[in-house]
Design a protein around this ligand. Structure first.
Ligand SMILES: Nc1ncnc2c1ncn2[C@@H]1O[C@H](COP(=O)(O)OP(=O)(O)OP(=O)(O)O)[C@@H](O)[C@H]1O
Length: 248
């Protein structure tokens, strides 16, 4: 894998990952022989035009989808070679997800939804961390509301809080600011950056937003299932320019 950190093993990564959908006449090669290593405590933005393979790459990295070929590492585990139950355990113990669909349980309050993963794992709520997450997402006055009483952006923030309170080693976020207004989106991006810098959590974020990508310390640009650029500390201007070239 490329980009091994001098400090030691990557937090996660893929080696010669290929994912093909369908077979016969018209298979779609969504991810084409991608190798990349993600350093612990780094914040990576994955960008590229629609259909370039961003979500597929992320789903394979997070153990939500099986690659057609290649290896997928989370810490020392090659989850591409593990049985499903073991992959589920790796996901539960090490990975947090922030997706566009919130999957909140309608009968539970915001607070109950947020702590649900901890309850299910029989883990105690870290009150200080809970308070920090709630404050940074501005959810303090919404904790007793049920999802139907919350706006789309508030539901998104509850889903983000749920992903963060378990303090996962690796957080995968798919357009985490998509449903948020600029101010709340900025607060979330700042918090994610703080999670990586101060807590050593590893963040991998798919985004279409060059301003969001500028919060990351690495930008991976995808085109036709391949990584075509690997930018350290991407600026919004750099990202826009790459996206413009990809669209040309
Ligand atoms: N389950 C599936 N079955 C068949 N083809 C799929 C499937 N999932 C994705 N694809 C195809 O794989 C390619 C990559 O899709 P993917 O969703 O990873 O792209 P993306 O970069 O995340 O796009 P977007 O920015 O629009 O979300 C596309 O051509 C898509 O149509």
């Amino acid at each position: 894998m490329s980009q091994q950190t001098p400090m030691g093993a990557p937090a996660c990564g893929v080696s010669h990952l290929t994912k093909v959908f369908g077979s016969g006449e018209q298979p779609v090669v969504a991810v084409n022989d991608v190798s990349v290593a993600i350093a612990p405590g780094s914040f990576t933005a994955v960008m590229g035009p629609s259909g370039s393979g961003k979500s597929t790459l992320m789903h394979c990295m997070a153990g939500l989808d099986r690659p057609t070929s290649g290896d997928v590492y989370v810490g020392a585990d090659n989850i591409a070679r593990l049985p499903e139950k073991a992959v589920t355990n790796v996901r539960r113990d090490k990975i947090g997800f922030v997706f566009q669909s919130f999957n909140l349980l309608p009968t539970l309050t915001a607070e109950q939804n947020i702590v649900l993963p901890l309850d299910l794992a029989g883990r105690k709520v870290d009150k200080a961390l809970f308070g920090q997450v709630i404050d940074s997402l501005g959810l303090g006055d919404r904790l007793t509301h049920r999802p139907s009483q919350l706006s789309g952006g508030q539901q998104q923030r509850v889903a983000v809080a749920r992903a963060l309170v378990t303090r996962p080693e690796v957080i995968f976020a798919d357009e985490p600011t998509g449903a948020l207004d600029r101010r709340t989106g900025t607060a979330l991006l700042e918090y994610l950056r703080q999670c990586s810098r101060e807590q050593g959590q590893t963040i991998i974020m798919v985004t279409h937003d060059p301003l969001a990508a500028a919060y990351a310390d690495r930008g991976l640009m995808l085109l036709d299932g391949r990584i075509v650029a690997d930018l350290p500390h991407p600026t919004a201007e750099q990202v826009l320019s790459y996206l413009g070239q990809a669209a040309a």
